[in-house]
Write a protein that binds this ligand. Sequence first.
Ligand code: 4AD
Ligand code: MG
Length: 429
Amino acid sequence: MRYYISDLKNYVGQKVELKGWAYNTRSSGKVKFLELRDGTGVVSCVFFKGECDESAFDTFEKITQECSVQVVGLVRKHPKHENVFEIGAQSFEVIGEAPNYPISPKEHGTDFLMENRHLWLRSKRQLAIMHLRHEIISAIRDFFDGRGFTLTDAPIFTPSACEGTSNLFETKFFDEKMYLSQSGQLYMEATAAALGKVYCFGPTFRAEKSKTRRHLIEFWMVEPEVAFNDMYDNMDLSEEFVEYIVQRCLTNRAEELRVLERDVSKLAPVKKPFPRVHYREAVDMILKENPNFINGDDFGAPDEAIVSSKFDRPVFVHHFPAAVKAFYMKEDPKDRGFAMGSDLLASEGYGEIIGGGQREDNLDILQKKIHEHGLKEEDFKWYLDLRRYGTFQHSGFGLGIERTVAWIGGLQHVRETIPFPRLYGRSYP
Ligand code: 4AD
Ligand code: MG
């Protein structure tokens, strides 16, 4: 039988065998301590002279940081701390040695840690981030699955651009020129016409030569699409979704957020409704603090920070100028020149986490937009069919997982939010 550290409370007084890695050791006279980590938690194994095998006490010195070990001992309650358990060790065995493990508890530079990402992932803080990421992903799935959405994943090899041609990752599909997907959206519009409420959840690629705290070359995005939703329904869905994710992390991942030293009082107010600000109003706010901003432009990170600093929860900015947005966005017939889309800016200056809106559903206008954006109509033949056969009002959005993990975890940089980040200038390990 295999025992895991997270289950020890059920085995108090019993003898168990644990397998894991040595996190830390210390000794004081007749007692030696091993902090054992097995992925489900960390437990103190206490070696008392007289209680454990004589040989175990002597060979304890062989344990070095991150060697793999097997420990046999009795589960008992911690003498001082409520709900903490420890192992009264009887014997242990080193499974795999780890001489000169490169990452010690002392401070290391980021480059060194990134180069050793495969090992860095074992540290306490990284474990907390990976657990948080997992919680966010399972919350996302539960949210959509519990509301009648069908998962219809999009292809990664794509013949055409969705989010503009400037950051397309070119590749080959045998002899054909192809691109890695920038977004599954166009395909979700097709499956929404088949299934009504759909989403895709997968990796996304953007060849952006920028080294910022929030850009990855390969990131994960979840993209719901709903038939007959307008841009306001889309914001309703987004805010319900983001509230659900944040509140679930607060409930289920309090310990991880504590390890990350996250000020959770800043996340508690993340409840609907979220404020909704027209692009024009947002520009007024920005110009007061950044007079160099040009009305009509897209927002840079500092501009987003100005707007989000005015609120205690995420804020929607809607009706961006159509000219700075993607070809598929519907222009508002009641607000000419502005697109029926919205970005959701996370609180505390974390910037855009969601982009989305209502799609152009008129065939003629869409054809015109495709030409205006310098795209080839033949690449979008199938996409235009959706407007030829039973066109329908529809909306959707994309939420970037890594930016969401960074925000909820209070992390400085997206590079820590994904197990093996692909950044401009980094593709190893
Ligand atoms: O705003 P974006 O480009 O929207 C789309 O791709 C739409 N087609 C989505 C849709 O409507 N179905 O990207 C959506 C989100 C951003 O808000 C951001 O969270 C994330 O994807 N994102 C990135 N995350 C990390 N690194 C990058 N380079 C990112 N680019 C976008
Ligand atoms: Mg965007």
